[in-house]
Design a protein around this ligand. Structure first.
Ligand code: GAP
Length: 438
């Protein structure tokens, strides 16, 4: 983990928020490469679960919602952690994270009684003291989907079963933000609420399990580092009839990547009751009005980004170029569709017009995908720099290019080089980064 965190900082993937002021615990900034990586993951998710399906529509709702939403959803009442304070050092811990609930894990002092602490972040809307309204930053994106359910189904001509997808920020006042971006206070979720008939819940739950699993493999996670966890009945969230999680084996242990819950009719019923608006659905095929059952695949974009970073990280011993010596090659094996930069264009040397040819080629390629131009230092060092940030293809312009219009394209993983016409490079790379083909 330490090596990965250091690479993320050094190469511009992820920085601590407000670092020059000492940082903010549980908040992270995605730098030039991190923003591209996370964007590619979110786009891949949207492409798979929205664009490629005819039973899914999207939503981008506001983060701040009416305060009554959180009463209806049960969050004001039930969205809390049980916390215990140490009577000596005053540190606070989540009761469910403690092995021993009597002794403080930090100083060995006596721990107090567990108290409920609501994890939502409060905010004020309005400028005057008297009229300002207190509300919360959303702790999950899905409530906006339930609140907009009627608007969406009456404007989109959808039929049961159908889903509404949303990607966006959520906020939780986590007591112990930890493990880099795994548990943060501000994070992004990729959520689907899938509305179905109750009689289909078992079959469709299983189908979603298969689809979620497959997507994680498509973005580069290894099956032997993934497993299912079934929540026992007694510890289900207040809204859930059944929940399973996809867990990933991070360097610090197994952790939840994505939940899949059967929320039953809980949320639409609650919002119907609290708002006084009828949120039932008229099923024309069945000629029947009912509140649909909801299946919810809910993934964290930041946790998925962390899993992708962990899965990609590799160190290899390779010949250094000096007789009998080796060196460590750090390489990020991102899938080409997920890699922040797809191709780097490198002139073998700056002189003899090679730099100009390489710059022209890079300008052409950047119309189609993210590229990088680098002419500084020995070619081997430049390849290593690209390996470290996971660029799948390096294109070298050499002395022969001037005569034959050909360049070499180096594959990051095999380090093999193929020679091809400059005119063919773009199509070759586009084919290799196509989402379905990796
Ligand atoms: N709407 C259901 C829901 O929010 P959840 O299990 O609390 O369920 C879903 O959250 C996903 O959101 C988790 O599987 C995880 O990937 C991500 N997530 C939750 N809390 C997080 C946190 N503090 N930091 C980063 N990601 C988080």
């Amino acid at each position: 983990m330490d090596k990965l965190v250091s690479l993320c900082k050094r190469k511009g993937f992820i920085f601590q928020s407000s670092a020059i002021y000492g940082g903010v615990n549980g908040c992270w900034d995605f730098g030039p490469l991190g923003v591209e990586l996370k964007k590619n993951i979110k786009e891949h998710w949207w492409y798979t679960f929205v664009q490629q399906r005819d039973d899914m529509v999207g939503l981008d709702a506001s983060i701040i919602m009416h305060p009554d939403v959180w009463k209806a959803s049960g969050h004001v009442e039930a969205f809390h952690d049980m916390l215990v304070d140490c009577k000596d050092c005053r540190k606070r811990f989540r009761e469910d994270h403690l092995e021993d609930t009597v002794k403080c894990p930090e100083c060995g002092g006596e721990l107090g009684e567990a108290k409920a602490f609501n994890s939502m972040l409060k905010t004020q809307l309005g400028v005057s003291e008297e009229t300002a309204v207190s509300t919360y930053l959303r702790p999950e994106t899905c409530q906006a989907i339930f609140v907009n359910f009627k608007e969406i189904y009456s404007s989109s001509r959808v039929k049961i079963p159908f889903g509404i997808a949303q990607v966006g920020k959520s906020f939780r006042n986590e007591v112990n933000p930890r493990n880099f971006i795994f548990r943060s206070r501000e994070f992004e979720q990729m959520e689907i609420e899938y509305f179905i008939r109750e009689e289909d819940e078992v079959e469709l739950f299983e189908k979603w399990q298969g689809e979620i699993w497959e997507w994680f493999l498509q973005i580069g996670l290894m099956e032997d580092k993934m497993r299912w966890y079934e929540h026992p009945k007694e510890s289900l969230a207040h809204y859930s009839k059944r929940t399973v999680d996809v867990e990933y084996e991070f360097p610090f242990g197994w952790g939840e990547l994505q939940g899949l819950a059967n929320r039953g009719v809980y949320d639409l019923t609650q919002h119907s009751e609290h708002s006084g608006k009828d949120l039932s659905f008229f099923d024309q095929e069945k000629n029947e009005k009912y509140i649909p059952t909801v299946l919810e695949p809910s993934a964290g974009a930041d946790r998925t980004t962390l899993a992708v970073l962990c899965a990609a990280y590799d160190e290899q011993e390779v010949p250094s170029g000096k007789e009998g010596k080796t060196e460590t090659r750090v390489v990020m094996h991102f899938k080409p569709s997920i890699a922040p930069i797809k191709a780097a264009v490198l002139p073998l040397v700056k002189k003899d017009g090679l730099a100009e040819i390489a710059q022209d080629l890079e300008k052409q390629l950047r119309k189609k995908f993210n590229t990088y131009y680098d002419q500084a230092g020995a070619i081997g060092r430049r390849y290593r720099r690209q390996d470290e940030i996971g660029t799948p293809f390096c294109i070298c312009v050499d002395f022969d290019t001037k005569d034959d219009n050909c360049v070499t394209v180096r594959d990051r993983d095999t380090m093999e080089q193929v020679r091809m016409l400059m005119d063919e490079v773009c199509a070759y790379i586009e084919k290799r980064i196509a989402r379905d083909s990796d």
